[in-house]
Design a protein around this ligand. Structure first.
Ligand code: SF4
Ligand code: SF4
Ligand code: SF4
Length: 248
């Protein structure tokens, strides 16, 4: 049987999703038994220009000049998977869409802020530039989910990503709700699939996987305000990983 050729590419991102996959440990070894990785900048120096079975793309589309590179990847890949929240929705990068660009550049890069490669537009999902076959949320991607979804793709099964809130996974684990502990939590509208990782480890969910479809954002903000948060802070909290979804 022909071993599928796969490659990993990065665009605007912290590369944390690549690092996460490189740290998959035993799961990575299992993956390497069923696919041939021909390009993956974080772990190998080889590059490839051949046709691909799957192109995995990390990071947001935030520079018009990246469109051509994305289109070339699309042309030679049978399937394109946007992985990680930056690629799936714009993720945390999309916070910049709510502020004048120069402010971030100067704050982050200081005197280097005028360098040409820092000329960016709004941070958008990869699907804003090219058709994407699957978008996997998570900041970073969840190991078990990534392996399951890749396995589905390789077996020709339709991959599924939960469209119910983290609360459902949290309740199954019998965690004490953060709200019972006078804390806050976005798990009420956050997309499940991580096994309620954060509340299961004693910290609130920040919705790094984005929200379920049609989340009740008004209720979320109202709930956060009831805990004592200022309205502007509640709004900022709600859009930390979902800035392309939550308006000013
Ligand atoms: S989704 Fe998160 S971990 Fe992955 S590249 Fe973006 S910021 Fe980094
Ligand atoms: S801790 Fe968060 S995820 Fe868990 S039940 Fe409460 S609101 Fe839902
Ligand atoms: S619990 Fe929330 S913040 Fe934590 S990994 Fe899951 S979706 Fe992300």
């Amino acid at each position: 049987m022909k071993i599928p050729k796969v490659a990993f590419f990065d665009f605007t991102s912290c590369e944390g999703c690549q690092v996460e996959i490189a740290n998959f440990d035993q799961d990575l070894l299992k993956l390497l038994q069923v696919v041939e990785v021909v390009e993956f900048r974080e772990i190998m120096k080889e590059t490839c220009s051949e046709p691909l079975d799957i192109a995995f793309i990390e990071g947001s589309f935030s520079r018009e000049k990246d469109r051509e590179r994305l289109q070339k990847i699309r042309q030679r890949a049978n399937l394109v998977v946007a992985y990680g929240s930056c690629a799936a929705t714009g993720g945390i990068n999309a916070l910049k869409n709510h502020k004048p660009d120069y402010k971030y550049k100067v704050e982050v890069y200081g005197a280097d802020a005028t360098m040409p490669h820092l000329e960016t537009q709004k941070a958008l999902p990869i699907s804003a530039a090219i058709p994407v076959d699957l978008a996997i949320p998570g900041c970073p991607v969840n190991r078990q989910e990534f392996v399951r979804l890749v396995s589905d793709l390789l077996h020709g099964k339709a991959p599924t990503i939960p469209n119910y809130p983290v609360c459902m996974e949290c309740k199954k684990k019998e965690n004490i709700c953060r709200y019972e502990l006078q804390d806050t939590c976005l798990g009420v509208v956050a997309r499940a699939g991580c096994g309620a990782l954060c509340p299961s480890n004693g910290i609130p969910c920040e919705a790094c996987r984005g929200f379920v479809d049609n989340p009740n954002l008004d209720s979320l903000v109202e709930l956060l305000i009831k805990t004592g948060m200022q309205p502007a802070y509640a709004m900022a909290k709600a859009r930390m990983f979902t800035a392309n979804l939550v308006e000013e």
